[in-house]
Ligand binder design. Sequence first.
Ligand code: ARG
Ligand code: ZN
Length: 852
Amino acid sequence: MPFTPRSDQQIYRLDYLAPTFTIPHLELHFSLDPEVSRVRSQFKVIVEESIDLPHTIKLHGSKMLFDIQLKIDGKEEDISSLLDEAGNLSLTLNTREQLIEIKNSVSPVANSALSGLYLSRGIICSDCEPQGFRNITLFPDRPDVMTQYRVTLEADQCCPTLLSNGNLVEEGIIDESRHYAVWEDPYPKPTYLFAIVAGDLQYIEDQHIRPDGRPVQLRIYASKENIGACDFALESLKKAMRWDEDRFGLACDLDFYNVVAVDDFNSGAMENKGLNLFNTSCILATKEQATDRDFRFVEAVIAHEYFHNWTGNRITCQDWFNLSLKESLTVFREQEFMSEVEPGIRRIEDVNFLRLHQFPEDQGPLAHAVRPDKLGSIENIYTTTTYEKGAEIIRLYQTILGREGFDRGFARYIKEFDGMAVTVDDLYAAMKMENPRLFENFPLWYSQRGTPKVQVATEYYPDKREMRLSLKQFLFDPVTNELQEPLPIPIKYAFFNRQGEMLLEETYTLTMAHQCLIFHNIDEVPVISLLRDFSAPVTVDYPQSIDDLKILIQYESDYFAKWEAVQKLVERLLFNHSLQRQEQIDMIGDALAPLFQYAYQEPGFAALLLTLPDNDHLFDHLESEEILPLYQIKREVEVGLARRFQEDWRALYNRFQEDSIAARAIKNVALHYLSRLPHESELAVRQYEKADNMTDINAALTALLSNQNPKAKVILESFYHRYEGDTLLVDRYFSLLGRNPNLTMDDVAMISNHPAFDLKNPNRARAIVGSIGRNRIALARIGAPLYRWIGAEIVKVDKINAVTAARLITPFAKLSRLPESLKEEVRAICQEMLNIGEISHNLSDQLKRILL
Ligand code: ARG
Ligand code: ZN
């Protein structure tokens, strides 16, 4: 069967073999119980005419299955000789059509990996992407085998809610203790989209009326504690449904659409057909518990999972090497949906996220092509490269083809491939059919890893009134360092004169390694704005003068380019060692000064403009020993800016006290600066005390911690005791602690001994280990002991939940940037983790790539 690991433990894309059989129907019966659940499955395998008999196929299984029984055409078989090491079963078929009956057991309560059938706070639920179905029963667990499911769930009456995909067709009582429900999904689907839920759940509901007038009944299910925080998600779902109809003409194909919130979940959420499962962190949202950012996140994830219904479920991936096919289209659609309001600000946030997370990944040892050719572990490509870089590639189609061309190509894709399992090449083919001029080398975006660099130089010839723009592109493989093929890179640009008037705006798509653009009738050296709207996921190397950047800061109308000019200017000045601190402050201050007035017109955008570049972004340019000095410089500059604009910050702080997202954003930027001043140290304390929303509470706590306010620790403890009963807020407590730039090993010890410390719940493990791992300042300051602690915790998580552990490894991926002595120690820590022997395949795959 496809993708049997070769001797190097890797699987290869080109080993793919199409299925040789079909399984039109699957009848599943679950007798559910947290300790031992019994599974019965019944299906006919139909071998294709072209295949010779007897024919052997593989049913995937795993070590989680026990008490297995098999019948072929009613005849009991001895399975012991048919199972391999991993628990897969080789099934030899003697006739074209055979009836397979399987019985097996699984133990939800013992399933700490949270893949397959498991227990989350008393709720029995499932999570199958990519290969969790094999932890439930024996079946071809691959995305290109599509089957119609009929599922019977039988459980205790104390589990009143019984859900699966599709439509409820029957329900009833078995005896005084047990009851059942039967669900039928009319749409054939691959195993990874299967789901069940059984528990004591409550729901809220509403309906959405489709363009043809038919209603879809929408429900969100959650525990009694959580159901009160689901209204925003339900509103978001309705909005997303409407949007997909308006923008892409895609309506919901189901009469019932259910969403369930659970506390223990490996990812953010899962798009199971008609039964989305959500991590509570991606669905619960009330003003008291969630920040404005969390609200946006909930809206985005709800939309994302819903949009998967077309880009993912109706049209799925042929194999997991093509995971990005469904994820990139869906992230892109989600971004477009989220951009309906405040497109400029959303774009900046998306780009900032991409550059903070995906760029470093694509430039380090964990880099992989968006559609890789070989893989150690499928779970390890649920990355920002697959998702966010993938989405940028979809955006490239739109930028190159224009919105109309893109929409035509997309509609063609839907029409052509509905009901099928396809690849990124098929998407390209659909785009090309509708847009024959689409570049032939476009698919290289999927196969080459690394972040392309565009080097720009300009020359002005006053006598000819001519401007020349030389553009070179380079793409080095981040692991082998080889130079790769040039890509089509659309560059949106504009010229401005020194008075800030725009002279021209255009998009040019580079296709070759070196190209030169010549502009005539140019009277003076223009100020050039490059990569407007971040028109391609590349870095641009173009040394621009501080004066030019100031003109762009003031006059650019493109949101991203204006923001980028601030980022570039601040970066340039912070990294300029020949300047005195006061000079840096003055020059940055002069550039920011014109933005204060603007803050009253566009407070939300101004909040972004007035925020200095993210520490992590700055640190990415540095060797690790330069991190602490730069952090210090940035703080001093912020103190200087706080002092110089004290009156302005105060005015903004007082003016924007109203209840709106934009007001809170600018107010909290003002708080950030003012809190840097010793005489303003009470401001955050007062904000914390009187705040009625989590955005303001969070901003106050962050300010208190980062400025080592003497009251910080006491207040943080009071926060913990106030919200002790609220899981997500306890997670927030741990991430505030973990992200604290002043974190010490004593704090780490306190965290390790904390009564709420827990590595079994993925959110908690991420809040603790993940946030400390992302604390680059503490890592730079503490060094080896902190790395050692993180490594040890990752190994503990690995024993419980390998997928979650492997995703916590990122701090170690920056190994090559560490100073020599520390590098050796950290390498040794990675090596020790690898030597433990019992670590999972997921974790060892990551570690091996890091150590290579
Ligand atoms: N397909 C999901 C999403 O992006 C992510 C699934 C991740 N894997 C998992 N085991 N939960 O919407
Ligand atoms: Zn997704």
